[in-house]
Design a binder for this molecule. Sequence first.
Ligand SMILES: Nc1ncnc2c1ncn2[C@@H]1O[C@H](COP(=O)(O)OP(=O)(O)OP(=O)(O)O)[C@@H](O)[C@H]1O
Ligand SMILES: [Mg+2]
Length: 245
Amino acid sequence: MIRIRGLHKRFGDLEVLRGVDLDVERGEVVVVMGPSGSGKTTLIRCMNLLEEPEQGTVNVCGAELECGRRHPARRVRDLRRRTAMVFQQFNLFPHLTALQNVMEGPVSVRRLPRAQAAELGRRLLDRVGLTDKCDCYPAKLSGGQKQRVAIARALAMEPEVIFFDEPTSALDPELHAEVLQVMRELAREGMTMVVVTHEIAFARDVADRVVFMDGGRVIEQGPPSSFFTAPDHPRVRSFLSLVAS
Ligand SMILES: Nc1ncnc2c1ncn2[C@@H]1O[C@H](COP(=O)(O)OP(=O)(O)OP(=O)(O)O)[C@@H](O)[C@H]1O
Ligand SMILES: [Mg+2]
């Protein structure tokens, strides 16, 4: 479903991605870990072209773009439409209710009639356990509830893959479980997911593969069974001992 080859991205003098290759199969859950500044956020932002890499190829759901060239806006839009993103800071519209936040994409991008978008929105809010919060504004929701609205909003675009950037790290620890539970259910239903997270229990239970980044490169990857018990790379071992402690 996703094939990334030789991805390079720099911000000014800083080379943030230094040749990343990554494959994600349909229905696979890939967890991305690595130290702060290693390029995890940049990588997933490049995968749906929120950032434009200078070099490499990005192929998402069959739409292939060679970086460093100009592309018709329609092709970029086409690729973006197959993906959705859930951010650390939720990024909900504060002036819209939970339901309106979820309806926004279907109405303005997918051109669904409002009544149909509202029905979809209610169904998705129900699915993330927020049936009774449809008419609440984000300011009246807890962090865990906001993040579940953000997940419903992502689902409303009917993406083929969802990228999550540390979806629980802005939340109080007792709110992590409700968000991770929703993500577990999505994984069980076969959603393709790329998740930047340091939630080791989640990665062990849910991930098909863990990818470890350091210094703008993927330095190790494997199924959680071997990744967490016998990582090859000393950098991974020292990182895991820090995160686990
Ligand atoms: N828009 C930007 N402009 C300039 N530098 C940036 C920009 N975005 C990221 N960087 C730099 O790129 C490097 C990688 O950032 P990135 O956010 O991808 O790391 P990360 O692995 O997600 O880190 P964290 O775990 O802290 O979220 C960092 O040094 C960061 O300061
Ligand atoms: Mg990040």
